[in-house]
Write a protein that binds this ligand. Structure first.
Ligand code: SAH
Length: 368
């Protein structure tokens, strides 16, 4: 595990930035040294993720003296809720301020009995996809595990609590360029000792970072992969997604093909640009090659660039073409448009005027 980031108290161990087994071990040693029974450690661990406590003093099944001593040795940092907005369609957007002043956002999307939480993995993003608001603001830093999984923890600490049933890494950032933190975060999300969300209900969305796709594929759990395809040819994709130079379309499709679980293609519908019959034909061939499910995404207004959303008729024409070519396809409902719930939009509203950071400053790519 990575070292704990220095915060207000650098000497204290952040129990939310290590896996539960490591947290339990540390607290057990501390309990024994403090003359407390070792089972106190399991009690504390339950309050990290499963039944989260806002701080040590709220762990009322522990003796008060021990709670005070825990707070001197360990931290369980909160993410500060800076703004919360609710859309007419029930979609909620949360803006969190991190300890270094960075802002990230999380979106909760209810649908029937499901609650999908769209989480961020980086503050900003280096990839600069032409239509994306997060890309336009540039990259600041990778999030740490406690900040990524912490977004789910914060939902459970709200009153009334929100309990997500599904997680998608479709908030700010490129999760597979922060594999070092995303890898253990997946464990926290999935582990019955922690957040207990089924692996099939956790989707990692990527522009196609090949080493990360391979690393995700090596995980034994059934985590889902979504690939942001957005264009069916290198030439067009290049103009929308600069990362295509590093990871060209054919190599991304190949990685999707060898990924041994079901893959979803994401395809944002850009009027007149990527929504014509020939694009449908090309995309269908790629999707069949990967046995991928295609998600057509209406362009959220207020992203970046000067793009026109495809008309509803054109989206349906496009989806019919794909279906006729034997591809499974769904048109994603646009949610939360009245609260600017597309990637990066709330933070952009807060931080207008900030100079974007160059794409070369893209942090380290850590792949196990
Ligand atoms: N970096 C990852 C995950 C974050 S973005 C990725 O690109 O997959 C999640 C999805 O939202 C991506 O498919 C992205 O292309 C899409 N997106 C970004 N801006 C959008 C907008 N304005 N309208 C619709 N979808 C958008």
């Amino acid at each position: 595990m990575q070292a704990t980031r220095p915060e207000a108290s650098p000497a204290k161990k952040n129990l939310l930035n290590v896996l539960p087994a490591e947290a339990e071990q540390a607290v057990r040693a501390f309990a024994i040294a403090s003359g407390e029974p070792p089972f106190r450690a399991a009690q504390v661990v339950r309050h990290l993720w499963l039944n989260p406590a806002p701080d040590f003093s709220a762990m009322t099944d522990l003796p008060a003296g021990f709670r005070a001593r825990l707070a001197e040795a360990f931290t369980i940092p909160r993410l500060e809720l800076a703004a919360r907005q609710i859309s007419a369609d029930g979609t909620e957007k949360f803006l969190f301020r991190l300890h270094d002043g960075e802002f990230i956002e999380t979106v909760a999307i209810p649908e029937g009995s499901r609650l999908t939480l769209c989480i961020s993995s980086q503050a900003g993003c280096a990839l600069q996809c032409a239509f994306c608001a997060t890309g336009a603001m540039g990259f600041t830093r990778n999030l740490e595990m406690f900040e990524i999984a912490g977004q789910v923890r914060e939902m459970k600490l709200l009153s009334p609590a929100l309990s997500p049933t599904n997680i998608v890494f479709m908030g700010m950032g490129e999760p597979l360029m922060n594999w070092r933190a995303v890898d253990p975060t997946l464990t926290i999300l999935n582990s019955p000792q922690a957040l207990g969300i089924g692996a099939r209900h956790i989707t990692v969305s990527t522009v196609g970072v090949l080493p990360g796709i391979i690393a995700l594929g090596k995980r034994p759990e059934q985590f889902r992969l979504a690939i942001s395809v957005h264009a069916p040819s290198d030439e067009l994709r290049q103009s929308l997604m600069p990362i295509n130079t590093k990871y060209p379309l054919a190599s991304v499709i190949e990685a999707g093909k060898v990924f041994d679980r079901r893959v979803t293609f994401e395809y944002v519908m850009l009027g007149g640009l990527n929504d014509q019959a020939e694009h449908a034909t090309q995309l269908a061939a790629l999707a069949r090659d990967c046995r991928a499910f295609v998600n057509l995404i209406p362009l959220h207004p207020g992203g970046a660039g000067d793009f026109t959303p495809s008309t509803t008729e054109q989206i349906h024409f496009f989806s019919r073409r794909l279906r006729a070519a034997g591809v499974e396809v769904a048109v994603r409902k646009s949610r939360g448009t009245d609260i600017a719930a597309a990637c990066g939009q709330l933070r952009v509203e807060r931080q207008r005027g900030r100079a974007p950071v160059g794409a070369e400053n893209d942090g380290d790519i850590h792949v196990a």
